[in-house]
Design a binder for this molecule. Structure first.
Ligand code: NAD
Length: 293
């Protein structure tokens, strides 16, 4: 790629950080936009040890003006990006009827509006250059609707359809700009601690945060254990790098959810009601038990 500059939102942790390493090792200059300043500084220092040239910017993807400033700074300080990974994201959930409105607002502000602001700012630049690739981070939650994850599912379905829509729009004008939708299953990152980056205006009073008592605690432990044993983000970054090279649109990190996706599509086609046995964690736990047998 002529413009060997990679922009990565949420690059200070998890999948984003691994993408910084992957593109950095391939000779790209890295521009990281992230809300978590200490992690941002640490990441840039670590990248420097590998002689990866990285630029850090404090960015709140849910703010239109913050994304505009970020875009301008990247252009002025580094140049026209070739790769844009709209990766920053957070997780919060619970049953639809009890999920706090602030949880909805926060998850949609970061996961959905963050992507909308990102694509609005960077797409014209890539189109102008008629080169480059945008990677939208959706999720398996962009294809399925596991219970207890309403805001997250809504945000990731929306991101997937934005990516697909853009893919068709660029095809219509024969653009050389590429698009991919990254749809990871579970990946070992900081996502369970997303609250660390919750902006003040989206905070929910502590009392309301966990009313599930002991049962909730057991479940939390199970979720933490499952995440701790899930896929390394470095593997995800390799998959992204190869998929972008190959101009591949859908990037899945495993096929653990493919049966559920197939059933969903079949049921839609045949006019049957949705069917899903258990939630995401039940499904993963069953998969883990199956493997251990
Ligand atoms: N970990 C998984 O199992 C998994 C699965 C599917 C999809 N994803 C998606 O992958 C992406 C990366 O998440 P991760 O799992 O690496 O988690 P992570 O918490 O390790 O990384 C998320 C990064 O986003 C940043 N961020 C959060 N809010 C921000 C904001 N308002 N503005 C700018 N940056 C912000 C965080 O500081 C952090 O560096 C997210 O979009 C997430 O939804 C993760």
């Amino acid at each position: 790629m002529k413009n060997n500059i990679a922009v990565i939102t949420g690059g200070a942790s998890g999948i984003g950080k691994s993408l910084c390493y992957r593109y950095g090792r391939a000779g790209y200059k890295i521009c990281i936009g992230d809300i978590e300043e200490p992690a941002l500084a640490k990441t840039v220092a670590e990248l420097a040890k590998e002689e990866i040239s990285a630029y850090s910017y404090t960015l709140d993807v849910s703010s239109s003006s913050s994304m505009e400033n970020f875009t301008q700074s990247v252009l002025e300080d580094v140049g026209t990006p070739g790769i844009v990974c709209l990766n920053a994201g957070v997780g919060a959930g619970g049953p639809i009827d009890t999920t706090e409105i602030k949880d909805w607002e926060w998850v949609l502000a970061v996961n959905l509006w963050g992507v909308i602001f990102g694509v609005r700012n960077f797409l014209p630049i890539l189109k102008e250059a008629n080169e480059g690739h945008i990677v939208f981070t959706s999720s398996i939650a962009g294809h399925l609707s596991y219970p207890g994850m309403g805001p997250y599912n809504a945000s990731k379905h929306a991101v997937l359809t934005i990516a697909e829509t853009l893919y068709f729009e660029l095809e219509q004008i024969n653009s050389d700009v590429g698009v991919s939708a990254l749809c990871p299953g579970l990946v070992r990152t900081g996502i369970l601690e997303s609250d660390r980056n919750r902006q003040e205006k989206y905070r929910v009073p502590a009392l309301q945060q966990d009313e599930q008592g002991e049962q909730g605690e057991d479940r939390k432990e199970l979720i933490q254990e499952i995440y701790a044993n899930s896929l390394s983000p470095d593997v995800v970054a390799d998959l992204v790098f190869d998929a972008v090279e190959a101009k591949k649109f859908y990037i899945f990190t495993d096929n653990a959810h493919h049966d559920h996706m197939r059933i969903r599509h079949q049921r839609i086609e045949s006019g049957n009601n949705p069917s899903l046995d258990g939630d995401l964690i039940d499904h993963i736990a069953a998969g883990v038990n199956e493997r251990e047998k």
